[in-house]
Design a protein around this ligand. Structure first.
Ligand SMILES: Cc1cc2nc3c(=O)[nH]c(=O)nc-3n(C[C@H](O)[C@H](O)[C@H](O)COP(=O)(O)O)c2cc1C
Length: 192
């Protein structure tokens, strides 16, 4: 385990004024002592092509290395058409290949998300949880951070101002740190 414990934060939006990118920046400020969140930007990752999975584009190689070097992952997802945005699913698919060389295997992961609608990305988050089953990732169950009605919770500069949302993000990060430590202890016990 890294010291400080390292969480790789990935937002599933490329939009400059993205609420989810802003929420990831907020999470970086709220992370508990002894941990840090490094952000990885998905901009520049091409559409997945299985012909290239053995020799992927440089950005995908970087993504896989950053996932492997991290102790845990934090996915900050928008919801598109009741599901995972293509840009995030595409990155997940690239980093899961070739078969047998997935960077996600065994990683503790937490999810949060922001939408302008009332459901706060719930449907996208549950689709992600289904994907984690095949990837053999270890999702944190609670707290669920589903930030709805984004326009009311961010200021004009795109900063998350809603105190309840910030409290929830802080609790999520504290729980992710404990969850990651728990897995690390299990891994060490299994290899002793
Ligand atoms: C293609 C598309 C599909 C969307 N589908 C949903 C949806 O299913 N549920 C929802 O709450 N918002 C939906 N939205 C609105 C998003 O919540 C909103 O665009 C949000 O700002 C996206 O996150 P971002 O600000 O991080 O880019 C959709 C937006 C787009 C562009």
């Amino acid at each position: 385990m890294n010291n400080p414990l390292t969480i790789l934060g990935i937002a599933g939006s490329l939009r400059k004024g993205s609420y989810n990118r802003a929420a990831l920046r907020t999470a970086q400020q709220l992370v508990p002592d002894g941990a840090r969140i490094e952000a990885f930007d998905l901009d520049g990752i091409p559409g997945f092509n299985q012909d290239e999975e053995a020799h992927p584009p440089a950005k995908v190689t970087q993504l896989k290395a950053r996932i492997r070097a991290a102790d845990a992952v934090l996915l900050v997802t928008p919801e598109y058409n009741y599901s995972i945005p293509g840009v995030l699913k595409n990155a997940i698919d690239w980093a899961s290949r070739p078969y047998g060389d997935s960077a996600w295997d065994g990683k503790p992961v937490a999810i949060m998300g922001v939408s302008v609608g009332f459901a706060g990305t719930a449907r996208a988050q549950y689709h992600l949880r289904q994907v984690f089953v095949f990837l053999n990732m270890f999702p944190l169950n609670q707290p669920e951070v589903m930030i709805a009605n984004a326009a009311e919770r961010f200021d004009a500069q795109g900063n998350l101002t809603d105190e309840n949302s910030k409290k929830l993000i802080r609790r999520l990060l504290e729980a992710l740190v404990r969850w990651t430590q728990h897995h690390e202890r299990g891994r060490q016990a299994a290899s002793a």
